[in-house]
Design a protein around this ligand. Sequence first.
Ligand code: S3P
Length: 176
Amino acid sequence: MNEIKLKQKNIFLVGFMGAGKSTVGKILAEKTGYSFYDADQYIEEQAGTTITQIFAEHGEPYFRDLESNATEEMAKKENQVIATGGGVVQRDRNWNAMKNNGITVYLKASIETIWERIKDDTTRPLLQVENPVETARELLNKRASMYEKADIIVLTDNLSLEQAADEILALLNSQS
Ligand code: S3P
């Protein structure tokens, strides 16, 4: 492996569902030698059940508390690429954990790109509604300014996920 040295303690990938956070995160981890963590997977392992079940049994606020706890827990370690869940940007508590422990990168994509990636997915409880594309559009609009708080923003509409990872690395390496 040809590892690329980074100055950042951790890299937090933020972005909407289907933005490619997990895939890009795995590629970045491979290229840097950092460990890869997927926040949703971490939450599922801790809870011993799926995100779908957590939403169904306990509701969204309960899930958000698990997500905040997981974000703070994961942020404690070093040399990790962390793919967060799409809603992590909604709480200041999560931003504090991320910004104090690494660099945040927003994988920005249009609703068209996102919808292409998630239209057949049934594992995202927020989109199991009558008109999922409209719901996704509204949620993306509502969260747009929250995602933009990230330290680095990468537009991914015209990039492969491999190219997005390379662009992130170039931007991270050019930072002092
Ligand atoms: C959510 C995104 C999901 C997952 C949960 C809620 C959101 O993660 O955390 O379904 O609020 O946008 P992904 O962004 O990995 O799909």
